[in-house]
Design a protein around this ligand. Structure first.
Ligand code: KG4
Ligand code: ZN
Length: 383
């Protein structure tokens, strides 16, 4: 059967056409239109603009798919659409579009939780066939995106228990906000990561460059900070690892973000043009990225132990982060834990993962769709 999947929860308009045969998926078409440039001046996603762009992009992307595949009279047998979580005005554009198509082509329709899409994304492949492997549950999932930071116990696909989540900012959001403070472009994650990696390269060349291994240091639980007192101490500041030793699996990134804000403010007092120095930006990016990754890894390890899982799924936009990936692999190197990351092309928002999650849900429902009129945008939908 063929599945048409639609994703409009945030700033990516995505439409994908998947084929499923004998439980094997194949991507027939995958269209994605990013609005990152449009939202860049705002340093984040502007909902009204996102809605306008989705409305404009959806028919364009669908037409591209129709044109690329001949024989379009009845192309698909199922429509899957993201119904939450996300920005409600953006979600509605996809839902309305999907409902119209379902009515026109008389196909069943399935609403999909965007985060379940991210969970399934790790089994996708940009090229060739792929399937969802038989894994023994429970599985732990670390979901890190622009809107979410969650540790989820996957008891089965469709059965999720959130065991910890951020109490304030999502970690991707913290990357974006800190990037903005550093006068970097939106989305900030890749920018910060690039600078941090440059700093890591320099660290190897120059032993005096902020070369401590922070993960071995003792961190205070409070958001205490040691601001750079002078430019000389520039490379010796450290940022807090919020809640790293808290006894639960929750996260907090807003204190870390504020610590960067104060650090930059202090540095600017010494030199208002401080951010023109790329080395400063690299040093801040490095320490910020280390702080976020330290916390994510510490909590993930604890959760893997407590719930005795054999499989870890890491997904969401921030799962593209190389340092996070490397450190996770290192942490579980001599264990039996199998870690799944998404294909680099499927880390961010996309419709392929929505099609996969939607199909799995369709099968769980004995291949029955839901009543179209019951599908509503749920901005705060939880797993
Ligand atoms: O999953 P996603 O594409 O959209 C949401 O559902 O939110 O995640 C987007 C987030 C953004 O905050 C972006 O800055 C972050 O993922 N991101 C990264 C990296 N690539 C994207 N964060 C850190 N390192 C990266 N390499
Ligand atoms: Zn997402």
């Amino acid at each position: 059967m063929k599945i048409l999947a639609i994703e409009t929860s945030c700033d990516e308009t995505g439409i994908a056409l998947l084929e499923v045969k004998n439980s094997k998926f194949k991507i027939l078409a995958n269209q994605l239109s990013s609005q990152a440039k449009i939202h860049a001046p705002y340093g984040g996603v502007f909902p009204a603009l996102a809605k306008r762009e989705h409305i404009k992009n959806l028919p364009l992307l669908l037409n591209k798919i129709f044109k690329s595949i001949p024989g379009m009279d009845k192309l698909f047998d199922l429509i899957c659409v993201t119904s939450g979580p996300g920005l409600e005005p953006a979600l509605w554009t996809g839902i309305v579009f999907a409902k119209e198509l379902a009515q026109k082509y008389k196909t069943p329709i399935i609403p999909v939780n965007h985060m379940e899409g991210h969970v399934l994304s790790v089994f996708g492949k940009n090229k060739g066939e792929f399937s969802v492997p038989k894994i023994s549950f429970p599985v732990l999932s670390l979901l890190v995106s622009g809107g979410h930071t969650e540790l989820v116990l996957v008891k089965d696909f469709g059965k999720y228990q959130i065991i910890g989540q951020t109490l304030d900012d999502a970690c991707g959001e913290a990357f974006d906000k800190v990037a903005r403070m550093l006068e970097l472009n939106y989305p900030g994650g890749p920018e910060i990561s690039r600078l941090a990696n440059q700093a890591r390269g320099k660290e190897k060349e120059n032993q005096t460059f902020n070369g401590r291994n922070f993960s071995e240091e003792k961190f205070t639980q409070s958001s205490s900070r040691r601001p750079a007192e002078s430019l000389k101490s520039l490379f010796s500041f450290s940022l807090p690892r919020p809640m790293i030793y808290s006894k639960n699996f929750d996260f907090s990134f807003s204190g870390l973000k504020t610590a960067v804000l104060y650090l930059i403010r202090d540095l600017k007092k010494e030199n208002p043009k401080i951010l023109e120095d790329i080395k400063i930006k690299q040093a801040i990016a490095l320490e910020f990225e280390n702080a976020v990754v330290d916390v994510l890894i510490h909590k993930t390890k604890k959760a893997v132990e407590k719930y005795n899982v054999q499989t870890l799924i890491v997904a969401g936009g921030v799962s593209a982060n190389k340092h996070l990936k490397n450190q996770l692999k290192k942490s579980f190197k001599n264990t039996k834990i199998k870690i799944y990351f998404p294909d680099q092309k499927l880390t961010g928002d996309n419709a392929v993962m929505i099609g996969m999650a939607g199909y799995m849900k369709f099968v769980r429902r004995n291949k029955k769709g839901v009543r179209a009129s019951s599908i509503k945008a749920e901005g705060n939908m939880s797993l």
